[in-house]
Design a protein around this ligand. Structure first.
Ligand SMILES: [Zn+2]
Length: 331
């Protein structure tokens, strides 16, 4: 199981037959989804009804850090379980709308309205001035893509990152979907990324060092010839959207901090087909790979229990959103 087993569609020539088996030339079939993602038109921010409880930054755009403790009270954890489950339901609703031709702005509308219908505030909205209610990261966009007028292409991959604020706490979860017919190498990237998160979750238990999380992610990604993005990390979450606790997705043996019962944090590996270095767009939000090759991401919020952890951003049906994992073995 390695990268060389699957053809790289970015190396297809324009007149080669398309990877999808249509018999058409690549240039007349799926090549458009490999064009660089470009910024498009961002519509005005959407409003949230008065009756919805707002996080402190909703009106200021600040990224307040209250010095929230890493270990949460039982009360905070109970509220986080309810909000996390609701966030997963919102993610599923938005993901179900993914289809070639829909714009990421239309997905933002769906997320905004589903968040409000769930009785919550869409946490990204005005967080640090972010203009939209969900992050939509297409192809080489690593994270924090801003929904805009770009329509999804058949052959794209897209990550939706949903965070919901309700009962005074945040629930943060994301997943990556394939749009229409996607080339086998990109599908492998998405599958391996999901497996990286599954393996990382299995490492979480009180008394263990945090560095086991990054080690298992990096080992699994690199076994497939993929890279781990370093610049964006998992984080503590609770009454604040991003608290001080940092969760690395790569192996740093010097990170000897120990996981403790009652901690709540995200794990959200971003895995790159090629080089893991990033660059920022001029909007200061959108992070893309420097080499322009694709990345995928999956994220859950966890609470550390007495003997492991619970994923608190599971949909009530127990299934993850986004593309499936190892049952779809492509190699
Ligand atoms: Zn095709």
């Amino acid at each position: 199981m390695n990268r060389s087993a699957l053809p790289d569609p970015t190396r297809l020539r324009a007149n080669d037959p398309c990877f999808c088996g249509s018999g058409r030339k690549f240039k007349r079939c799926h090549r458009a989804s490999f064009d660089p993602v470009r910024a498009a038109v961002v519509s005005p921010p959407r409003s949230v009804p008065e009756e919805i409880e707002r996080p402190p930054y909703a009106d200021t755009g600040e990224r307040s850090v209250r010095g929230e403790p890493d270990v949460k009270s039982a009360d905070v954890i109970e509220r986080m379980r309810r909000t996390g489950s609701a966030a997963a339901e919102v993610l599923r609703i938005v993901g179900d709308a993914i289809t070639p031709g829909i714009t990421t702005d239309e997905l933002d509308v769906i997320c905004h309205e589903a968040s409000i219908a769930a009785g919550g505030y869409p946490s990204p909205l005005n967080y640090g001035g972010f203009p939209k209610s969900v992050c939509t990261s297409v192809n080489e966009v690593i994270c924090h893509g801003i929904p805009d007028s770009r329509a999804l292409e058949d052959g794209d991959i897209v990550n939706l990152d949903v965070t919901l604020y309700r009962e005074g706490v945040h629930g943060d979860t994301n997943a990556t979907w394939c749009v229409g017919t996607v080339d086998p190498l990109s599908r492998q990237l998405v599958r391996v990324t999901r497996e990286c998160l599954e393996k990382a979750i299995a490492e979480v238990a009180p008394g263990r060092p945090f560095n086991r999380i990054g080690r298992v992610i990096q080992e699994h990604a690199e076994a497939h010839g993929f890279g781990v993005v370093r610049a964006f990390i998992g984080h503590g979450v609770g009454e604040t959207f991003h608290s001080d606790l940092a969760v690395l997705h790569y192996h740093d043996p010097r990170d000897t901090r120990v996981i403790a019962e009652g901690m709540t944090f995200t794990i959200e590996p971003m895995i790159a087909l090629g080089d893991w270095h990033h660059r920022m767009w001029d909007d200061d939000w959108t992070a893309v790979t420097r080499d322009g090759r694709r990345t995928a991401q999956f994220e859950h919020t966890l609470v550390v229990t007495s003997d492991g952890c619970d994923v608190i951003t599971l949909h009530p049906d127990g299934a993850w959103s986004g593309e499936p994992g190892s049952s779809d073995d492509l190699t």
